[in-house]
Design a protein around this ligand. Structure first.
Ligand SMILES: [Zn+2]
Length: 190
């Protein structure tokens, strides 16, 4: 559990981290990856539970130092999670990887986080989470509004690739993962 504010805590499910960590840029030519953070707010609390994420899609733009998430493909996955969860799983923020040990948000990151906060604050009663997976450290920031820079709320070692057992797989993630596999195929031909 991590502290969001005096009255709110964040819990992060291991599956979210193990999936994000599988994209950590350990290899010299590995490109940045990212997606949406998805979760829910337990009833009658101001807490957040981060328990889903989207992973890179074929329409994303990925390079060693840049990740540009395509809106449409990730929104479709978010909609699937929303429907499959009886409308409880919702957009909680953004994640991406960095090819550095301890991730520091770039000027572009700061700008895009501010934009995401400005766009969602009107209808989103909770703030947004921003996670960057570095090669040795993973960090999570929490932004309550577009007026101030998100606060660093969590920092922990980036783990190893964790193969998921069939029991814990979920079909939406698998579909996303399969399309990722195709995208990787394209990258390898470059
Ligand atoms: Zn970045």
């Amino acid at each position: 559990m991590f502290t969001l504010s005096a009255r709110a805590a964040l819990s992060v499910e291991e599956q979210v981290l193990s999936t994000a960590w599988s994209f950590a840029q350990h290899m010299p030519r590995a490109t940045e990856a990212g997606g949406m953070l998805i979760g829910h707010q337990p009833q009658d609390t101001t807490d957040l539970v981060l328990d889903r994420l989207t992973i890179p899609q074929p329409t994303d733009q990925r390079s060693r130092f840049r990740f540009r998430r395509s809106q449409e493909a990730h929104q479709e996955l978010l909609d699937l999670y929303w429907m499959a969860s009886a409308r409880t799983r919702t957009y909680l923020g953004e994640w991406h990887t960095h090819p550095e040990d301890v991730p520091v948000p770039s000027a572009i990151d700061r700008k895009s986080w501010k934009k995401a906060l400005a766009e969602t604050v009107a209808f989103h009663r909770m703030g947004l989470l921003f996670m960057i997976v570095g090669r040795t450290i993973t960090r999570i920031w929490y932004g309550a509004s577009a007026d101030s820079f998100p606060i660093l709320i969590a920092e922990f070692p980036t783990g190893e690739l964790n193969e998921q057992t069939p029991e814990t797989r979920d079909p939406i993630h698998d579909a996303a993962y399969n399309s990722h596999a195709e995208a990787s195929g394209l990258h390898e031909t470059d």
